[in-house]
Design a protein around this ligand. Structure first.
Ligand code: IMP
Ligand code: MG
Length: 175
């Protein structure tokens, strides 16, 4: 069996959209600055590209969570693998994620962060699969809404591969 990746969102389109988002988000935090919380590992590629387009002061921290489940589905039981290095109390926090799928991971993460009393807490995701949502999550900034397909690239993996693709694609298995 071989795998192929079909391009869903080409590199230029992803870059153009991230550029737009950088402007929009910078406008909203004008005069204040923002503390980006990047969700490892998938959120890292998007976080870097977005941060490069921001024109307000930016600080960065990372968090890693794992949701128990199989390769392509999360179970809803989430565990913190790596916590933030710094406190977020009193900061304008923007969580940066690769994708919101069922919403379970983000739901857990946002509730966890809210208890630490940030000045504000928002969510930014490169991709959103609204059809798949099982728990409500408010997304403040979305790059692209996509159909219910398993995607890779731009940080997203299939069995830890393809994160480095500079575009978003769909893995196709042909036998
Ligand atoms: P959720 O908790 O179901 O919203 O899913 C969260 C995590 O599942 C994401 O942060 C991704 O790591 C992973 N995930 C969901 N959909 C995809 C996909 O289409 N491709 C790769 N990873 C995905
Ligand atoms: Mg992720």
């Amino acid at each position: 069996m071989s795998e192929k990746v079909r391009v869903l969102i080409p590199e230029e389109e992803v870059e153009r959209r991230i550029c737009e988002m950088g402007k929009e988000i910078s406008d909203q935090y004008q005069g204040e600055g923002v503390h980006l919380v990047s969700v490892l590992k998938g959120g890292v590629f998007f976080t870097c590209e977005l941060a490069k387009r921001m024109t307000v002061p930016v600080s960065l921290d990372f968090m890693s969570v794992a949701s128990y489940g199989n390769d392509t589905k999360s179970s809803g039981v989430v565990k913190v693998i790596k916590d933030l290095d710094e406190a977020i109390e009193g900061k304008h926090v923007l969580v940066v994620e690769d994708i919101v799928d069922s919403g379970r991971t983000l739901r857990y993460l946002l509730e966890n962060l809210k208890r630490r009393n940030p000045k504000s807490l928002k969510l930014c995701t490169l991709l959103d699969k609204p059809e798949r949502r099982v728990t409500e999550v408010h997304v403040d900034y979305t790059g692209f809404q996509i159909p219910d397909e398993f995607v890779v690239g731009y940080g997203l993996d299939y069995r830890q591969r393809y994160r480095n693709l500079p575009y978003v694609g769909v893995v196709e298995l042909d036998s």
